[in-house]
Write a protein of this length. Structure first.
Length: 57
């Protein structure tokens, strides 16, 4: 896995799936910049309809 790869991270607790960009992967853990897949449809709809952007952390 290389930095800036597009990834889907599946978490066990809490049960979530995150789609995003891999920032780092090391012994301390994983850092990604992404969006919860449950909110992906809403985000995509905003992009298509050119609505104001959601604040994504």
């Amino acid at each position: 896995m290389e930095r800036d790869s597009i990834v889907i991270v599946s978490l066990n607790a809490p049960k979530e799936k995150i789609w995003g960009r891999l920032l780092s992967l090391d012994a301390a853990g994983v850092t990604i910049q992404g969006i919860d897949l449950n909110g992906f449809d809403d985000w995509l709809r905003q992009v298509v309809e050119a609505e104001p952007a959601l604040l994504l952390l």
